[in-house]
Design a protein around this ligand. Structure first.
Ligand code: HEM
Ligand code: HEM
Length: 197
């Protein structure tokens, strides 16, 4: 198992980033649904705190993840699908990165504009660099809520694409994000490079 990405597969660091963000997103959506449905009280308040702490953690991890990606080669696109499909995959990955940033940043702005402190698991408070503003709060809330729907759409498309590669194309693209031996991924076959161009 390699630490860094290679031409054939994502390395273990990129894989850990990928799957930890996946788990954080699941937790954030579950907590968000629970906290918004709950009647007012201390538990609701605690869940808001947990949601914000997990969200800020996600922002930090996504920042590290993008930096790592930029410092590493990205595995070569599958040679078993057309260039157009690979282009769609790159656009999809770009959109996923966009929502990974928009979501926590809009949440942070929403809290600051609402005049609420953002604490990281009660250990320290994050800096407040925006004053109370109803208009900004409403805007950030709107962005946060709508982006949640976009996440569901983009991640569903991404999941379907991963399953399509795995079961229909059988090019081992799914293995590139799983801790398996590199040789098990056959997404790159030099002889086939121009077959579908
Ligand atoms: C990637 C990170 C995040 C994800 C995936 C996420 C997800 C969500 C979702 C799905 C909702 C429910 C939306 C709705 O129906 O209105 C929500 C609400 C909320 N989020 Fe986040 N969130 C993230 C980060 C943050 C951060 C960093 C903060 C603040 C520091 C935050 C603060 C809030 C607040 C205050 C609400 C409740 C809004 C309301 O009362 O309607 N979120 N979040
Ligand atoms: C639902 C389960 C998921 C599966 C099965 C899955 C699968 C994969 C696979 C197989 C790849 C490698 C694609 C390639 O080699 O070209 C990949 C890459 C990627 N995935 Fe996912 N994924 C999932 C969830 C997510 C989530 C929740 C996000 C972000 C919100 C995400 C964001 C990305 C991004 C940005 C890449 C590009 C590589 C990188 O920079 O990390 N994935 N995913």
């Amino acid at each position: 198992m390699k630490i860094k990405n290679s031409e054939k597969s994502f390395g273990v660091v990129a894989q850990v980033f990928h799957w930890s963000v996946f788990l954080l997103f699941v937790a954030l959506f579950v907590v968000a649904n629970m906290m918004t449905e709950m009647p007012k009280g201390p538990e609701k308040f605690q869940l808001y705190g947990l949601h914000k702490s997990l969200g800020v953690t996600t922002l930090f991890i996504v920042f590290l993840r993008l930096s790592w990606r930029m410092a590493n080669p990205v595995p070569t696109p599958s040679t078993k699908v057309s260039k157009l499909v690979n282009r769609a995959a790159s656009i999809g990955h770009f959109l996923l990165y966009a929502v990974m940033f928009i979501m926590p940043i809009s949440g942070y702005i929403m809290s600051m504009a609402g005049g609420h402190k953002v604490s990281w698991f009660g250990i320290f408070n994050l800096p407040v660099f925006i004053g109370k503003s109803k208009a900004l709060g409403v805007l950030a809330h709107g962005i946060h809520s709508y982006t949640a729907y976009f996440i569901i759409i983009f991640v569903s498309g991404h999941l379907m694409a991963a399953l399509w590669h795995h079961f229909a194309i059988k090019d081992g693209v799914l293995h590139r994000m799983l801790p398996l031996k590199e040789k098990e991924s056959s997404a790159i076959n030099k002889e086939e490079v121009n077959q579908y161009v």
